[in-house]
Design a protein around this ligand. Structure first.
Ligand code: SAH
Ligand code: DHB
Ligand code: MG
Length: 235
């Protein structure tokens, strides 16, 4: 079982279930021609994000890590016309390509891209008293993943869904003595989420055209319980 086969199967699944999508194909071409790395989610993962957003009837979505806007477009397509997606990106070149792609997809009316280090934008969103987001997709640099998740909890409500990309890293996530900062960042996220009473979470290993990695899904179940307020909630 090789990446070649995973890629072939990914093509079959997407071809059977999603059909061709000239807009997204052009987005991938533009992104690649601009020299951005091909680290966006796969088509099947993009469709999964889209379906998750529709399943929670998302009206407000937050994305951390835009790249060329590929996942942002999949997600924003799940929004009603008056919905909103805020996406955070630190690299000006990525942001420029993403803005172009998002406009080409006809979604510049619902997508707001904030060009700044994500932790700064997240602090700003909290300070601005943003309405809670219904879905958060965390997919930027891996080292501060736990900090991104903590910020996501401040910006969501019970019923919101937090999705996190790249939580398996080719299986390296189980290496507890890894000195790879991205593995350490992801492991810190598991420790945080595993001990967080306000979410119920799982993670799935994935293979496909993007290799072997994984997605975490965390449902925000409640506000932090007051001390001594009874037995822990079902998780
Ligand atoms: N979600 C995208 C892929 C994102 S790749 C998709 O699937 O289409 C990760 C992105 O996070 C890159 O564009 C990178 O520039 C950005 N990034 C890295 N560090 C960041 C930071 N501190 N703040 C905001 N964005 C960051
Ligand atoms: C990388 C980042 C991603 O978000 C991803 O899905 C794959 C790879 C990276 O930084 O290498
Ligand atoms: Mg990713």
């Amino acid at each position: 079982m090789t990446e070649e086969l995973w890629t072939k199967v990914d093509g079959y699944l997407a071809g059977s279930l999603s059909g061709s999508d000239p807009v997204l194909e052009q987005v991938l071409a533009t992104t690649s021609e601009a020299g951005l790395p091909a680290i966006q989610v796969s088509a099947n993962q993009g469709k999964l994000l889209h379906l998750l957003a529709r399943s929670v009837s998302a009206q407000r979505i937050l994305e951390i890590g835009t790249l060329g806007g590929y996942s942002a477009i999949w997600l924003a397509r799940a929004l009603p016309p008056d919905g909103r997606l805020v996406t955070l990106e630190v690299d000006p070149k990525h942001a420029e390509v993403a803005r172009r792609n998002i406009a080409a997809a006809g979604l510049d009316g619902v997508v707001e891209l904030r060009l700044a280090p994500a932790l700064d934008s997240l602090a700003q969103l909290v300070a601005e008293g943003e309405e809670p987001f219904d879905l958060v997709f965390i997919d930027a640099d891996k080292e501060p993943y736990a900090d991104y998740f903590t910020a996501a909890l401040r910006l969501t409500r019970a019923g919101s869904l937090v999705v996190v990309d790249n939580v398996v890293r080719g299986g390296r996530v189980v290496d507890e003595s890894s000195d790879d900062p991205s593995v350490r960042g992801v492991r810190k996220l598991y420790e945080l989420v595993g001990n967080e009473e306000r979410v119920s979470a799982t993670a799935l290993q994935t293979v496909g055209s993007k290799g072997y990695d994984g997605l975490m899904l965390a449902l925000v179940t409640a506000e932090a319980p007051a001390a001594g307020s009874g037995p822990p909630a079902r998780r």
